[in-house]
Design a protein around this ligand. Structure first.
Ligand code: AFP
Length: 321
């Protein structure tokens, strides 16, 4: 019988943290169901509202955020939550031991085309000396994450989870409703011939990115002496799942489209949890020349450039910055 999400044995995962992860997964199972309904469940299309990111909210963004927010705020162990869809920190239980940040629905532009989408989450210890609604609660480096993961709503619903040891993969058993362990130690090959970047932004890139990608595109006749292939899911959760499944390098670099917003991906609830999963699988995760897990957020919705995946390829890419 495959184990459900990590047992206490060998993971040093406290029971309360385990129960909190189960709360998050309960919300994700409901989101998975709503996603599977598509047009039949009135979850497609957009609302008339914008979030703090200035992005139009999709119906499913709002549904997913409300679901997770209400489940977490009813958990006595949750002191504060932060969400891509919430302007500021939402206070929870006054003496909760944990704080949770999440992107309730990553890849919103894929909702209406039945593409890959997912929920990304991270858990830290609460800082009891700070008020529950103080954004400083989340001013912790990624190395302090107690748990990080995502649930990918794809042909199968999969959980990727790291609680400080190896990165593990679980598959939702729709018959019995549990996430069953299907890979107890995800491992990323050190080398790859597959890169992932939105090439439509190439004219806006800064020189290091342009030079690095140019080498890949030259393939076997260029300095890399090998052909590279490209994939772009337009949902980080889908691209990172591919990287964790078979290797690769994923990049969302800075560009000069908007001087006020040089990077796109958010540090707290996208880059950090993904970096913990990637490093736990033997890969590397950088924001140009800094390891993502060493960066202390200076604001809830801070954005960072992202390079992550197969360790040797990431090291080569980072050498350009
Ligand atoms: P949305 O959730 O707004 O679709 O953004 C998804 C995302 O943050 C990340 O998951 C993707 O890798 C990236 O944006 C896609 O960005 P582009 O649309 O610029 O390719």
């Amino acid at each position: 019988m495959k184990r459900l999400i990590p047992t206490l044995k060998g993971d040093k995962v406290e029971l309360e943290l385990l129960m909190l992860v189960r709360t998050i997964l309960a919300g994700c199972k409901e989101i998975a169901f709503r996603v599977s309904q598509g047009a039949l469940g009135d979850v497609l299309g957009s609302t008339l509202d914008e979030n703090i990111q200035g992005e139009q909210q999709k119906k499913l963004d709002v549904i997913a955020n409300q679901l997770l927010k209400s489940m977490l705020l009813s958990d006595e162990n949750v002191r504060s939550i932060a969400s891509e869809e919430e302007d500021s920190v939402v206070p929870g239980a006054a003496d909760g031991r944990f704080i949770v940040a999440f992107d309730p629905l990553d890849g919103s532009s894929n909702i209406d085309i039945n593409g890959q989408i997912g929920t990304i989450f991270t858990v830290f210890a609460a800082r009891p000396e700070l008020a529950a609604d103080d954004p400083e609660q989340f001013k912790q480096t990624g190395r302090k994450q107690l748990a990080a993961g995502y649930v990918l709503y794809g042909p199968s619903t999969m959980l990727m989870l790291n609680t400080g040891g190896a990165t593990r993969c679980f598959t939702l058993d729709r018959t019995h409703g549990g996430f069953l362990l299907t890979n107890e130690a995800v491992s990323i090959p050190k080398q790859t011939a597959e890169f992932s970047i939105n090439m439509a932004n190439s004219r806006f890139w800064f020189e290091p990115t342009t030079k690095y990608i140019a080498e890949l595109l030259q393939g076997e006749v260029g300095p890399r002496n090998k052909r590279f292939n490209m994939r772009w899911n337009a949902a980080m959760v889908g691209d990172i799942h591919r990287v964790l499944s078979r290797g690769g390098i994923f990049l969302y670099p800075k560009d000069n489209r908007d001087a006020d917003k040089p990077a796109k991906l958010r540090l707290l609830y996208e880059a950090m949890p993904m970096a913990m999963l990637i490093e736990g699988a033997g890969g590397s995760a950088y924001a140009e020349s800094s390891a993502i897990l060493d960066i202390e957020p200076d604001s809830l919705h801070q954005r960072v450039p992202v390079i992550m995946g197969s360790a040797d390829e990431v090291a080569h890419a980072v050498s350009f910055y």
